[in-house]
Design a protein around this ligand. Structure first.
Ligand SMILES: Nc1ncnc2c1ncn2[C@@H]1O[C@H](COP(=O)(O)OP(=O)(O)OP(=O)(O)O)[C@@H](O)[C@H]1O
Ligand code: SF4
Ligand SMILES: [Mg+2]
Length: 358
């Protein structure tokens, strides 16, 4: 799945991350959790690729490898730097990574969980600036004020503490912190999952507006397809450490080719409540990545499984331009999809950015 041109910001190929399972007094390695197992995708500059799948399928591990919070077991992570060179993040040393860190930033589900509750918003949003050498407090204060405005918060809030803010406002502060160093790639890991649906929509719109304004590229991680519907250009569906389907957003929503994607889609609320489709209830548990089933990992839960599925692992194949799927029966199955709602959500200019003060 290679597209080699200068429009590609990130090109991941053959990514693997295995965690050893240790037992006993001597902590001997008795097995491996294959958290990410041969994952490949690219992200073009300025686009949003969403990574979707049930809990434990390896989304966060993929994201952490890309940001080199952890070292991958194998694979390449080619990143185009702001200077235009392409580097393999997977193999860089700590000191070589340092200048790249500001170009790749993460937005977390709970941006404050790892921060001191006695830090003010100025300290929280200004910390990355300080770490990267902005020593002057007035310079940091000016930049934090600018960032707060950008995310729809009042600059006067900068002397308050996190507990004074609502969930949506806290997420805006987390976004401001992630943007402090002008990153090109922003990885959002379940960034709106803990928020109410109406607040979710506000934050998703803010992310779209910021993307337009700042030319950001997003890797957007979520377990729910309905969340990624409006924000994605393309969507990759993961199951037990592997991508099972990857396509343009509309193609994936309207004509899914993998039974697992169709099952996830059947849970997405329909725009017209009268347009009822059968909810596909998945049987059984997600497979264990330490002891995956033979053949297609999805076969114990798949209503279309045939004998071949039990013995032979399907390869990820391009069945239409840009539409990749790993299913032996992809060509013969017609699976139910949903309308994805036309064009991506509108992208108003920042002058119309909704405020986070509600
Ligand atoms: N540090 C670790 N040591 C051992 N196993 C790990 C470690 N981190 C993750 N795993 C395992 O790797 C698999 C993938 O985990 P990961 O957190 O990437 O999934 P996820 O898709 O982000 O799930 P969720 O939706 O719950 O956040 C899981 O089986 C998890 O238990
Ligand atoms: S390969 Fe077989 S078991 Fe796997 S998704 Fe396709 S039909 Fe189902
Ligand atoms: Mg996760």
């Amino acid at each position: 799945m290679n597209e080699s041109n200068d429009q590609i910001l990130l090109n991941v190929s053959g990514l693997q991350k295995f965690f050893p399972i240790r037992r006993g007094f001597l902590r001997r390695v008795v097995g491996q959790v294959r958290a990410v197992d041969d994952v490949s995708f690219f992200i073009r500059k300025g686009e949003t690729l969403s990574l979707v799948g049930e809990s434990g399928c390896g989304k966060t591990t993929t994201a952490r490898c890309i940001l080199r919070a952890i070292r991958p077991t194998a694979g390449k992570i080619l990143f185009r730097t702001a200077q235009g060179s392409v580097v393999d993040v997977a193999t860089l040393s700590r000191s070589e990574l340092q200048p790249l860190r500001r170009q790749m930033q993460m937005i977390f589900q709970d941006p404050f969980s790892s921060l001191n509750p006695r830090m003010t918003i100025l300290d929280i949003v200004g910390e990355p600036l300080l770490v990267h050498g902005v020593r002057s407090r007035s310079e940091r204060t000016d930049r934090v004020a600018e960032l707060l405005r950008l995310v729809g918060l009042r600059p006067e809030y900068m002397n308050r503490f996190p507990h004074a803010f609502s969930g949506g406002q806290r997420q805006r502060i987390g976004i401001a912190r992630a943007l402090a160093l002008h990153p090109s790639l922003v990885v959002a890991d379940e960034a709106v999952s803990a928020l109410d649906v109406s607040v979710q929509a506000q934050i998703l719109n803010l992310l779209l507006e910021l993307q337009e304004e700042l030319g950001l590229t997003y890797l957007f991680v979520a377990h729910d397809l309905s969340v990624v519907k409006h924000i994605s250009d393309r969507v990759a569906v993961m199951y037990v450490g592997k991508i099972v389907e990857l396509a343009d957003r509309d193609q994936l929503f309207q004509t899914p080719k993998h039974p697992y994607t169709a099952a996830l889609l059947s849970a997405v609320p329909k725009p017209d409540p009268r347009a009822r489709t059968q909810r596909i209830v998945l049987q059984g548990e997600v497979a264990n990545p330490a002891a995956p089933p033979s053949g297609c990992y999805f076969h114990p839960r798949c209503q279309f499984a045939v004998e071949r599925c039990r013995v032979e692992a399907p390869a990820l194949q391009e069945i239409a331009p840009g539409h990749f799927v790993s299913c032996h029966r992809a060509h013969e199955l017609t699976l139910p999809g949903v309308t994805s709602g036309g064009a991506r959500a509108s992208r108003p200019s920042t002058s119309t950015i909704s405020t986070g003060e509600g």
